[in-house]
Design a protein. Structure first.
Length: 300
């Protein structure tokens, strides 16, 4: 059975004409989280492999693509990544959506506001199939962080791999990043798992900062309300968290900062590290006094 937009209350059923939609595609974007959720499928509409997460926007949100059935298609990790990196033609995606919606490619292009070569579009629909770990790993390797959508997609892939009990270190190897960053991406995705929970006007890093608080939704909304930069948001969170932290928790924060500084000195090496490592040895032995001005060696 072919799923059509009429099953999900399409925009044309809401009294919006095709010509109006075409105009809207260049003037304003229709935001409809309910339509996005309604269009989710457990399989890729292109290859039939198992699929996760939100549908792909054929006309990107950044260029004004709307949350309407004619602009949405469910893709597996591999094809989602290929679409974001430009290795998958929009003509092919339009052909599948045209078959699903029972419309011509010309109608789909007009509705979503894309000027494509319709003579190259083949209307087709493929049956669902299964996917495996290999596709997930390959998608993670291929994915380039070209925009915030890609970063959320990377977090979604990492979260799925972790759900399948793949170790964080192995995920980090494929993603070519640190294990700590993998955890950050997973935490951010889990705090903001779909578009309805995110603030599109704010960066992925804004969402990362919010994800590291007890109430991610509160902080991302506060950032949007005050139009904070990431620096301002980080300072606001630190100030608020400082009011809630115990003295011991505050000391842990200072300890983490001290460790980061020590790592920087170690990486620099030379006399600064020799001096600091000697002081740390004394500290661990319990025979060092607090550092006073003039205790450090004079600069040459």
């Amino acid at each position: 059975m072919i799923f059509r937009s009429s099953d999900k209350m399409s925009v044309t059923e809401q009294g919006i004409s095709v010509d109006d939609l075409n105009l809207m595609g260049t003037t304003r974007r229709i935001k409809d989280p309910k339509t996005i959720q309604a269009m989710k499928k457990p399989y890729c509409e292109l290859c039939g492999q198992k699929a996760y997460g939100e549908p792909h926007h054929i006309k990107t949100r950044g260029s004004g693509g709307s949350d309407i059935p004619e602009n949405l298609i469910q893709l597996c990790w591999e094809h989602h990544v290929a679409a974001h990196s430009g290795r998958l033609s929009r003509e092919e995606l339009v052909g599948i959506v045209a078959a699903r919606e029972g419309k011509t490619p010309e109608e789909i292009c007009r509705i979503i506001g894309l000027n494509l070569r319709v003579d190259q579009i083949i209307v087709k629909r493929l049956p669902p199939a299964e996917a495996g770990l290999e596709e997930l790993f390959q998608a993670l390797v291929d994915l380039e962080e070209v925009d915030d959508d890609s970063r959320f997609l990377k977090g979604e892939i990492m979260a799925e791999l972790a759900r399948r009990e793949i170790k964080v270190g192995e995920i980090a190897t494929y993603a070519r990043c640190s294990a700590a960053l993998v955890r950050e991406y997973i935490k951010t995705y889990e705090a903001f798992p779909d578009e309805s929970t995110r603030v599109p006007e704010l960066s992925h890093y804004h969402h990362r900062l919010a994800a590291n608080t007890p109430d991610p939704q509160y902080w991302i909304q506060e950032a949007a309300k005050h139009q904070w930069s990431t620096r301002q948001m980080r300072e606001a969170i630190k100030a608020a968290m400082g009011e809630l932290m115990t003295e011991e928790e505050k000391m842990f924060v200072k300890a983490e900062e001290a460790l980061k500084l020590a790592v920087k000195v170690r990486n620099y090496g030379g006399e600064p590290w020799e001096w600091l490592s000697a002081r740390l040895e004394e500290l661990l032995a319990g025979i060092v006094l607090p550092v006073k001005e003039g205790n450090a060696p004079e600069a040459a």
